[in-house]
Ligand binder design. Structure first.
Ligand code: NDP
Length: 245
């Protein structure tokens, strides 16, 4: 492979399913050293076992990105174990879509907590480490929903627009840092399982199911961005199913 990934220490949030899990597997195949975080540690343990079977080096930690102390502990454990941190993939996200008139304020709060505050806690935890190293990369998983708004998605889109803004601001302020925003279209995962209204979930699943990409398609885009030479900063990748409007 021409990708420069072997030996890089990469921490991934939300590695227990979907894009995070696929990214862990893809980066492990390229020889990355991994720290995997999520709330479902049983899933992380199973994933880590698969990676170790193939000779990969990986640590697993229970992580709730809505808790600053949990994110800080995830990062400090990683740095203590591996001696440095080359990449943070801020991937954890939830998408409980609903119309604003439904008034699901708890779900709005949840989206802000996971999709925005979770990303901020990740950035806050790794910046001192990467500043001291004078190198590092932060990959933020946004969405095409970070570029346009559609019904049922006002709050989700707001959180993903925020991710684009944070990435761009961070990039401008941090010459020692590579900052990548990944904006996927429809991808096979468990994301719609966060929709609490069964009718809404069915509706969204119908729209989403068509022509979805396998999560590994996004993992390959992330691997591409990480695998560039140190002087190449891939800032944004938008990856849609070919058939998606
Ligand atoms: P999944 O639901 O399969 O994965 C989401 C991951 O986030 C899980 O591993 C989950 O782990 C984790 N997560 C959720 N809440 C928390 C939390 N509080 N703390 C830590 N981890 C958490 O969905 P995807 O793989 O699709 O989603 C990954 C990212 O991709 C998200 O940011 C999503 O918005 C984005 N995306 C997805 C698209 C798609 O079509 N699938 C399209 C565009 C963007 P656990 O529950 O174990 O904590």
């Amino acid at each position: 492979s021409t990708l420069d990934i072997r030996g890089k220490v990469v921490a991934i949030t939300g590695a227990s399913s979907g894009i995070g899990e696929a990214t862990a597997l893809r980066l492990a195949a390229h020889g990355a050293i991994l720290a995997l975080g999520a709330r479902r540690t049983d899933r992380l343990d199973a994933l880590a076992a698969r990676i170790r079977e193939h000779g990969g080096e990986v640590l697993v930690q229970s992580l709730d990105v809505t808790r600053r102390d949990s994110v800080e502990s995830f990062i400090s454990t990683t740095v203590d174990r591996f001696g440095r941190l080359d990449v943070l993939v801020n991937n954890a996200g939830v998408m409980p879509l609903s119309r604003m008139a439904d008034g699901k304020v708890d779900e709005w709060e949840r989206m802000v907590d996971v999709n925005v505050k979770g990303v901020l806690f990740g950035i806050g935890a790794v910046l001192p480490v990467m500043h001291a190293q004078q190198s590092g990369q932060i990959v933020n998983v946004s969405s095409v929903a970070g570029r346009f708004v559609f019904p049922t998605a006002a709050v989700y889109c707001a959180t993903k627009f925020a991710v684009h803004a944070l990435s761009e601001g961070l990039r401008q302020e941090s010459p020692f840092l590579r900052v990548t925003t990944i904006a996927p279209g429809a991808v096979e995962s468990e994301l719609t399982s966060t929709i609490s209204d069964p009718a809404m979930k069915r509706e969204v699943d119908e729209v989403f199911r068509k022509d979805m990409l396998p999560a590994d398609a996004i993992a390959r885009a992330i691997a591409f961005a990480i695998g560039q030479p140190a002087d190449v900063d891939v800032n944004e990748l938008v990856v849609r199913p070919t058939a998606q409007a």
